[in-house]
Design a protein around this ligand. Sequence first.
Ligand SMILES: O=S(=O)(O)c1ccc(O)c(O)c1
Ligand SMILES: [Ca+2]
Ligand SMILES: [Fe+2]
Length: 331
Amino acid sequence: MTAPDVIRSAYAQLAVTDLAAARWFWVDMLGFHVQYEDADTLCLRGTDELTHHSLVLRRGELAALDHLAYRVRTPEDVDKAEKFFAELGCPVRRLQKGEGTPGVGDAVRVIDPLGFPVEFFHEIARAERLIQRYDLRHGAEIARLDHFNICTPDIPAAYAHYQSLGFGCSETIEGDEHELYAAWMYRKQTVHDVAFTGGAGPRLHHLGVATHESHQVLRAADLFGSIRKEHHIERGPGRHGVSNAFYLYLRDPDGHRVEIYTSDYYTGDPDHETYRWNVHDDRRRDFWGNAVIESWYKEATPVLDLDGDPKPVSDAVLDESAVQVGADGLG
Ligand SMILES: O=S(=O)(O)c1ccc(O)c(O)c1
Ligand SMILES: [Ca+2]
Ligand SMILES: [Fe+2]
């Protein structure tokens, strides 16, 4: 089975129960730009992004992940993706241009071996260059989508699946016997396109969106505090151990988690080595040793199947939050 040539995590499509409230959060507060809008759909992108969108919000009855989407290098890679997942016995659905998400061409949607709805596409509409439209920047000034973080009960299985798709591994969190608690994996040459958080799954843990500077991360927190919306702030600001990024976690009006993330590092050399953290090192998730609050480990967004119905979840094998590690872990 030849794996499709994945370029990067490209967009996520979320179902939101109140499109206007979601618009306030993602456009007014975070600073995404509206590329397309109708009564049920918002297609959004960050200031640096040159394709139609990196986030799609679609009105729905249940707050859920509709699908994650990876861009592949050529139209032929969409065919390869279809074959790759069909041979794994996964549900597969081909979408012609115009049948799926606005702006996206020929694509294939699958339920992957981890139970996640995932789209692989090549063709997507180009968008006007806003990189130097400083006059249009607003809110947290989000530059681009950076990564997906998914909750899954079997981290080794997730690692093996994404390794079979050609993803490298930049960092891990491991136990004393090297049992795998978490992993960060990439195709683009930064720390991750996808990362795995141990927990009941399939569920979406968060979307990571990048700003250029840490002052935009701090500004986001101040913006929410200023208008008495501080309850949207869940964790941080802080410095990650894994990735070394400066971060802030927020929850949108539906509870979807988003991380504002800046300043990780280059991983593009062919012999790039995985950096391994011990689960007992309480700098791993916050380099300053600040505790990870319970909701961050326990709460996540359900995912939909290819017919739009919520998928059941199965419980975790390992529970990092149960490991007693100083400032982190709740055991
Ligand atoms: O908290 S961790 O340092 O493990 C971490 C590192 C990178 C991320 O994107 C993240 O969400 C969490
Ligand atoms: Ca809070
Ligand atoms: Fe993240």
